[in-house]
Design a protein around this ligand. Structure first.
Ligand code: F6R
Length: 578
C-alpha cells in the first residue's frame, strides 16, 4: 500500500509534501518521510516511525522540490530505519516506493556483492541503489533500465540531487500526476493534491513520467513518448474533510442517506446475455457482492457465484465467454480484485466493475463500469461505500429482472435509523468490555452479519465471528457462554421464525443476545437481552436498514475502547499489494 507524493515548483516543498501525505495516511501510517533538495543541490531527509504529523515537529527542509512517503510495512518492521525515502550511498538519489519488489533478495545480494551497503530491511531500497548504479547522465534512462530488473507490483518516484525533475514509474500500484501552474505533482491518489489542482493524468501500468516545474512527459516502458490523457477531478476538498465529526467514519456513516439518494440516480445498462454471474471482491466489498447474490437470485432468477478475489485469482474458475464477472471495489485499486479482472479478460469473460473512485485502475480496465456515488471515503473502515454498493446490487437485480427498483422511502427510513445513534451508543457502553462476539443472520442477513463482525474486528480489535444462524449448531454454538454475546440480525422477513429459534437456542445456553429487529416486534424482547429496532420496510430492503446499527455499534464500541478509529492498527485503505 503506502502513499507517495512528489512536488516540484516554486513553493517550499516540505509543507506541501507533508500535507499531501496526511491525505494519504489512509494508505498506511507506520512511518512517514520526506526528501527535499536544497538550493545547493543537497538531498535532505526527515523520516520517522509513526504518523505523518510527527514530521511537522522536525525542522522543515528547505527547497522547492522533493518526494514524500507514508508507509504500510511489508518488508521490515515499522521503524525510522525502514522509513522512506531511501538514498544511495553517495546521497545523490532518493526514492519512495509503494508496492513489493518480489525479487529484492536476489537484487540485494547482487548489489551487496558489488559493495553496496544497505541501510534498511526493506525491499524498496534496492531501487535507489540500482538507479545509482545505472545512472549515466539521464535519470529517466536509468529508470527505464532498472525497471527491467524489477519484479512485482510497484509505483515509485525518484529525484536526483541536481536534477530539477522527478521521475515516477508505475507497474501495478497507482500513481497520478497533478498539473499546476509552474508546479507539478505526483501522488498515489488525487486526494493528496486536490488542494492544488484538479487537472490530473492517471498513469497506466508500464508508464513512466518525468515532471519538471514547467513540463510533464509520459513514456511507455520502452521509452517512447505517449500522449497526455488529462482528466478533471469532479469532487471537492470539503468532501474529504471531517466537517466537525469526531472521525471520518462517523461522518461517513451519517452521509449515507445522501449517498443512497445519489447512487439511486445511477443509470444501469447491462445486457442480459450471459449464462453466469460471478461476484468477485475483497472484504466489505465482497459482502456487498454476497448480498447481491441473494438479491439477484431472488429478483432476477439468475444464478450468481460469489468469490473472494484473492482465492479466485489462483483457482480454476472454468471461465467462459458467457460469464459476466462483476468486481466490486471502493478504491478501484485492490490488487487481488484487479488481478481477477485481468484473469477474467484473459479468459474472454465480460467484466463489469462497480467502483467508487472514478478513473481508478479497475474502473479503467473493466469492459463496463458502474460508479457508486459515495464520494471520497477516507475512514479506513468502509461504510458509505458499502451502502452505495448495496444500492447498485438492488438496481442491478431489478434491471436484470426487467423491472424498476423502487427504493420506497428507504432514505427516510435510513435517517430514522441513524437517529437512534444515542441509543446504540448507550448499548455500546454496556458491551464494550467483552472480548468475543458472535454475529448471526440468515439469507440476505447473513452477509450483514459478516459485515457487522468485520467492522467490529477492524476498528475495536474485538474478536468477532459471523455465521449463518442455522450453522451455529454445527459447531460454533460450543462458544456460546455468558462471556460471548451474540448480535443477531433478525428483521421481520421470511426467515424470521427460523432465526428466532436460533436466538432461543443461544438464550437457552445463557448467551447474551443483542437483536436487530423490526419496530413493533415485542416477541423478540423475550429472547433478547437488548433490541435495536429498525423501521418496518419491504422485506427485501432490510439489508440497507440493518447496515446502520451494525456500523454504529462497531463505531461506538471502538470509541468506548479508545481506539484510533480512522487509523486501525495494521490496516490500510487501499490494498494495492496482494
Ligand atoms: C473493511 C474494508 C475492506 C475493503 C477491502 C476491499 O472495512 O474497507 O475490507 O472493503 O479491502 O477494498 P476495495 O473496496 O477498495 O476494493
Amino acid at each position: 500500500m503506502c502513499g507517495i507524493v512528489g512536488y516540484i515548483g516554486e513553493k517550499e516543498a516540505n509543507d506541501i509534501l507533508i500535507a499531501g501525505l496526511e491525505k494519504l495516511e489512509y494508505r498506511g501510517y507506520d512511518s512517514a518521510g520526506v526528501a527535499v533538495i536544497s538550493k545547493n543541490n543537497i538531498i535532505n531527509i526527515n523520516k520517522k516511525k509513526g504518523r505523518v504529523e510527527i514530521l511537522k515537529n522536525l525542522t522543515p527542509l528547505l527547497g522547492t522540490y522533493g518526494i514524500g512517503h507514508s508507509r504500510w510495512s511489508t518488508h521490515g518492521v515499522p521503524s525510522d530505519r525502514n522509513a522512506h525515502p531511501f538514498t544511495d550511498q553517495s546521497n545523490q538519489f532518493a526514492v519512495v516506493h509503494n508496492g513489493i519488489i518480489e525479487n529484492y533478495l536476489e537484487l540485494k545480494e547482487e548489489l551487496r556483492n558489488e559493495g553496496v551497503e544497505f541501510s534498511s530491511d526493506t525491499d524498496s531500497e534496492v531501487i535507489v541503489h540500482l538507479i545509482a548504479k545505472n545512472y549515466q547522465g539521464d535519470l529517466k534512462e536509468a529508470v527505464l533500465k532498472i525497471i527491467k530488473r524489477l519484479q512485482g507490483a510497484y509505483s515509485f518516484c525518484v529525484i536526483k540531487a541536481d536534477g530539477h525533475e522527478i521521475i515516477g514509474a508505475r507497474n501495478g500500484s497507482p500513481l497520478v500526476i497533478g498539473l499546476g501552474k509552474k508546479e507539478n505533482f505526483f501522488a498515489s491518489d488525487v486526494s493528496a493534491i486536490i488542494e492544488h489542482t484538479r487537472d490530473v493524468i492517471y498513469l497506466n501500468d508500464f508508464q513512466i513520467a518525468r515532471i519538471t516545474k514547467e513540463n510533464v512527459e509520459v513514456f511507455n516502458f520502452q521509452g517512447e513518448e505517449e500522449a497526455l490523457d488529462v482528466r478533471e477531478v469532479n469532487w471537492t476538498l470539503e468532501k474529504a474533510q471531517k466537517q466537525g465529526y469526531k472521525h471520518f467514519m462517523l461522518k461517513e456513516i451519517f452521509e449515507q442517506p445522501e449517498v443512497i439518494k445519489e447512487t439511486l440516480k445511477v443509470p444501469i445498462h447491462v445486457q442480459n446475455n450471459f449464462s453466469r454471474i460471478i461476484m468477485v471482491a475483497c472484504g466489505t466489498a465482497s459482502y456487498a457482492g454476497l448480498v447481491g447474490k441473494y438479491i439477484i437470485e431472488e429478483v432476477a432468477k439468475i444464478h450468481v457465484l460469489y468469490e473472494i478475489a484473492s482465492e479466485f485469482r489462483y483457482k480454476e474458475n472454468l471461465l467462459t465467454q458467457n460469464d459476466l464477472i462483476i468486481v466490486i471495489s471502493q478504491s478501484g485499486e485492490t490488487a487481488d480484485t484487479l488481478a481477477a479482472v485481468r484473469l477474467a479478460k484473459e479468459k474472454g469473460a465480460k467484466t463489469l466493475g462497480i467502483v467508487n473512485v472514478v478513473d481508478s485502475t479497475i474502473a479503467r480496465e473493466v469492459d463496463e463500469r458502474i460508479y457508486t456515488r459515495a464520494g471520497p471515503e477516507i475512514g479506513v473502515a468502509s461504510t458509505k461505500a458499502f451502502i452505495s454498493q448495496l444500492i447498485i446490487m438492488y438496481k442491478l437485480a431489478f434491471h436484470l429482472a426487467g423491472k424498476e427498483f423502487d427504493a420506497n422511502g428507504v432514505v427516510e427510513k435510513i435517517k430514522e435509523t441513524l437517529a437512534k445513534h444515542e441509543e446504540i451508543r448507550t448499548l455500546a457502553q454496556k458491551y464494550y468490555l467483552y472480548q468475543n462476539f458472535l454475529y448471526i443472520g440468515r439469507n440476505r442477513n447473513f452477509p450483514l452479519a459478516l459485515e457487522g463482525a468485520l467492522k467490529l474486528k477492524e476498528i475495536s480489535y474485538i474478536h468477532a465471528e459471523a455465521y449463518p444462524a442455522g450453522e451455529l449448531k454445527h459447531g460454533p454454538i460450543a462458544l456460546v457462554s455468558e462471556e460471548m454475546p451474540t448480535l443477531a440480525v433478525c428483521p421481520r422477513d421470511s426467515v424470521y421464525a427460523k432465526t428466532f429459534s436460533n436466538i432461543e437456542e443461544i438464550k437457552a445456553r445463557e448467551g447474551k443476545v443483542i437483536t436487530i429487529a423490526t419496530e413493533g416486534d415485542q416477541e423478540i424482547k423475550r429472547v433478547s437481552n437488548d433490541v435495536i429496532y429498525i423501521p418496518k420496510v419491504e422485506e427485501i430492503l432490510y439489508p440497507l436498514l440493518c447496515t446502520i446499527p451494525l456500523q454504529l455499534f462497531a463505531y461506538y464500541i471502538a470509541e468506548c475502547r479508545g481506539c484510533d478509529i480512522d487509523h486501525p492498527r495494521n490496516l490500510a485503505k487501499a490494498v494495492s499489494v496482494e
